[in-house]
Design a protein around this ligand. Sequence first.
Ligand SMILES: Nc1nc2c(c(=O)[nH]1)N[C@H]1C(S)=C(S)[C@@H](COP(=O)(O)O)O[C@H]1N2
Ligand SMILES: [Mo]
Length: 487
Amino acid sequence: MGAAELAAGAIRRPRSSPLFAVGAGFIDLTPVWLKDFAIRHFGTNDKTVLLSGLAAGLVVAAIAVGLLARRWRWAGLAGLACFGLVGLVAALTRPTAAAVDALPAVVGTAAGMLALLVLLRASTPAAVTDGEHRRRLLLAGAGTVAFAAASAAGGRLLMARTNVAALRARVRLPVPAPSNQASSVPLGAQVPLAGMPRFTTPNNDFYRVDTALLLPQVDPGGWTLRVHGMVARPMEITFDELLRRPLIERDITLACVSNEVGGRLAGNARWLGVPLAALLREAGVESGADQLLSRSADGMTLGTPLDAVLDGRDALLAVGMNGEPLPIAHGFPARMVVPGLYGYVSATKWVVDLKVTRFATDRAYWRRRGYAEQAPVKTFSRIDVPAPLAKVSAGRVMVAGTAWAQHRGVAAVQVQVDDGPWREARLAPVPGLDTWRQWVIEWNAVPGSHTLRVRATDGTGATQPQERARPFPDGATGWHSVVITVT
Ligand SMILES: Nc1nc2c(c(=O)[nH]1)N[C@H]1C(S)=C(S)[C@@H](COP(=O)(O)O)O[C@H]1N2
Ligand SMILES: [Mo]
């Protein structure tokens, strides 16, 4: 494994490392229920859990191969060959694979076989004293471990050369024309209570959901965006050309379809970007097209309803997030953001390719796994304060939270205590229809255990349904409730 890491680093293709390639293949083959389970229980740590699980599996398999090899040398070598083959197939079936990606698995397998033969030889009692035999065995074992550790560390160092953090730091984003700047967030958008999320989510706290085991490292100098498919004038633009186009700045809340009732897989940021509709109109969208299929540098595909991109909302090809270039984890150098749609059908990070097409012709990644084709964000409301199972003192208690219904807007939020009447919460002001909205209500709490419930009504007059549904296939529904104790 160490030798394979070293080879992957040497050819500057971290994705060809068998460990990462197998992990990435595993992510692609993971059934939806297991993925939901992982997001629910491990959240943003899902990738660490996967890599640790993989490493543990490898250790067990390596022990099995070693034991086999002690009886039959050929069986040990065959076991290693199987290992190698899995890594090879995984590396060569990545969407971004090239023939060179076979190298790390081949190098790793050869090194593994060599190590096995050396260790077997050292462990076979020879015509030497017991002490000499033990000394040889220790030397061979320690040598193998040292080589493995050094090559793995060296591989990581070489892989780090592909990191684009320094290039990102050099990007200077233009300031949009005054008329294209976001209106300032109204005073009071933030409900000033401890435990409330920030109205504008800092980049470091912004939720991250993607299938990228290794973050794509895209050099903005070499980046181009291809626009093709059902268009009259296919085009390809560079990052500099993108920055020279008129930029607009908007506050937009992004939400993940995997967000459960009460969940936190959403964030609100000030995005800077190029209007997608103008770009597509320049390319000349042909009639009959209904899908914008976007592809990322790591081969991920997302399918966006073309209607939503062209209907006048602020669908963006974003380059900036909260006043800085997009963080690498959030799509540097460019990503899509479309208000009102769940991320998996709209928010392509590290985007490099836009194909105007039909839903009947092309199926994007999550649609192939049974997720909905159209995925407007469902109206959501959550109680943030008091926290679940909190203890508060009787008397005046402030209950507050967050609601969203991007592009329709939140028109009302109501709160119910136990089986009492639904009461209207006070809505905080918002800059527009595309962000989440905070709310607050005063409650005269009496001692005992109480259930607080919340529901929101969107700008079309539709109220959140009470019925609970899981996130698959088009977003969770149901009222959020918290149980608290008043003393
Ligand atoms: N390239 C790429 N883009 C992607 C994804 C992905 O897996 N790969 N995940 C999507 C999903 S499911 C969501 S919810 C949003 C999350 O964006 P964030 O990580 O910046 O919050 O990105 C979207 N864009
Ligand atoms: Mo998502």
